[in-house]
Design a protein around this ligand. Sequence first.
Ligand code: NI
Length: 178
Amino acid sequence: MSQIGDIVVGPDQRLKTECKPVEKIDDGIKELAARMLEDMYATDGCGLAAPQVGELIQLVVIDVDYGSGKKNPYVLINPTIVTADGDEVETGEGCLSFPGVTLQVKRPSHVVVRAKNLDGDLIQYEAHDNLLAVCLQHEIDHLHGITMFDHLSPLKRVRAMREYEDALANGAKPGDVE
Ligand code: NI
């Protein structure tokens, strides 16, 4: 019953795995997207990638407007980053698969992404210097086995991993931030 229990929590090999492209947008994919959106809203996340629910395919859901009280879900199938440039900006990021920690991650501020939606239409998304720009990059990383820890310097990564282990030991659950 617990939807939050569906979230894969690190460390887990599934979070380090290159995911396969979706070949056919069938009912199974549509059901998975709907379930992922439910999980994301239930945990107050702004994005969720399929490997985070144990499905190693290239599917991501995002909603950066939910905090404002209105749902505006995006479903991205086989997303690719066309452009990632602009000044690097540092943002405090959380991840449903690494509960209890917020990490300062530097990423390019401008991003253009192309992905199919559930209707099979190719959609282009562009984001500059906002939560969507961060979220697109963070979620697409998940499809290639990359987590926010991988963007830190070795020293900061060790520190962040220790902080995360402490958070887990203290019972952090998906949706908890710092
Ligand atoms: Ni994440």
